[in-house]
Design a protein around this ligand. Sequence first.
Ligand code: NAP
Length: 307
Amino acid sequence: MPFHPDTLPSLAGKVSIVTGATSGIGFHTVARLAEHNAHVYLRARTAEKGAATISLIQSLYAHAKLSVLLMDHVQLSSVVDAATKFLSLEARLDGLVNNVGIMATPFATNYLAHWVLCSHLVPLMLSTARQAKEAGEPAGRVRIVNLSSAGHYSAPKRDASGMTRYGQSKLANILHMKTLHRLYGPASSSSSTTPFTSQNGEIWLSAVHPGLVLSNLGAKAKLPGLIKALIAPIRWARGVMDADRGCWTSLFCVAAPEMRREDAGGYFQRIADAKGWQSAMAKDEGIAERLEGRTGEEMASGGWVRL
Ligand SMILES: NC(=O)c1ccc[n+]([C@@H]2O[C@H](COP(=O)([O-])OP(=O)(O)OC[C@H]3O[C@@H](n4cnc5c(N)ncnc54)[C@H](OP(=O)(O)O)[C@@H]3O)[C@@H](O)[C@H]2O)c1
């Protein structure tokens, strides 16, 4: 039976962060997590948008426990500031949904900002996982979800341009997930050289293609006529989902007890199908390693990585 968010257990006492929560899939991800009593930090670009999002969600679920983290992904300093603020406020982080996504000039917004955020928050997530393990909770209580897209197939082997830039950023979201899985996932104790290993608590990673979802994503992008022409008949055939349904795979991956340990590190497509179709480049460990090495160097030289 397909996953439905109504089956989520109580998430009382859990803390989550969702990026890009002011519209579309991210908005509904926050709303559903808060419906089930998680304390959710939603990331917004302005205080006004953050407050408006909270009011809207609390009009749906009056008990929703929500806080705002201000951050603009094109300014990595604001990502670091928001992560630092969060770390000063909370002693645990159970779920991180890296959801922000745009189509135009997306590499920094979709990939680099999430990479920097993770570099700051993973130590706290590992300590949360360790606490859960010591409390005798089952594995998989701590999770990170990277929103990717079937559009990752359009990533070019060399220089990107136009729409292929979006594919490139979405490929990077998958490769980043796989690197984190290798370092901190269930099998990491044998391969990781970091001080944090799965013996100390593991993080379950996943990448998600949510399906074709009605949101602001396409509205804000200048899509080529051919793509618009392709979307119209799919919409007509009801292949397009509303944004609430569009968040179900993210919810499954960040909070559903039904997710299996052996599926951690996987690419999920709608709805909660662990056997998502990945391109050859998405499966290439060499590309993942090179991307991680280059990103780590660049971000460290920019001073964005937590020491
Ligand atoms: N919709 C689909 O069919 C589809 C398909 C495959 C994958 N996805 C993926 O799903 C994710 C969510 O997309 P969506 O469809 O829900 O899009 P959306 O409705 O356009 O939402 C995007 C969110 O990202 C935020 N954002 C954009 N630029 C930002 C920046 N510089 N700093 C901080 N936040 C920023 C937006 O905030 P503002 O309100 O401030 O603009 C908004 O909250 C994306 O990663 C996308 O690639 C979507």
